[in-house]
Design a protein around this ligand. Structure first.
Ligand code: TRP
Length: 73
């Protein structure tokens, strides 16, 4: 079982997408979660999730620090 730190994503605009990508030979989207401005998602990397893609403006808090994804404007 893969045990990892949680990451915290806080949306800075409406319609931010948090997309989970599968672990293993195939790398595919398996889940997409939509956050509106101010909403927070707390997530882990798991046996099923090896990567996450964040679309839209958001702050991502990780063990490595805080990174901000930019919106399109
Ligand atoms: N069922 C997914 C899993 O266990 C749930 C999940 C965990 C997830 N972390 C995620 C979905 C990050 C999207 C993004 O892997």
């Amino acid at each position: 079982m893969t045990q990892t730190d949680y990451i915290v994503i806080q949306a800075k605009e409406d319609g931010v997408n948090v997309i989970g990508l599968t672990r293993g030979n195939d790398t595919k989207f398996h889940h997409s979660e939509k956050l509106d401005c101010g909403e927070v998602m707390i997530a882990q990397f798991t046996d099923h999730t090896s990567a996450m893609k964040i679309r839209g403006k958001a702050d991502v808090h990780t063990a490595y620090g805080v990174v901000s994804s930019e919106g399109k404007d």
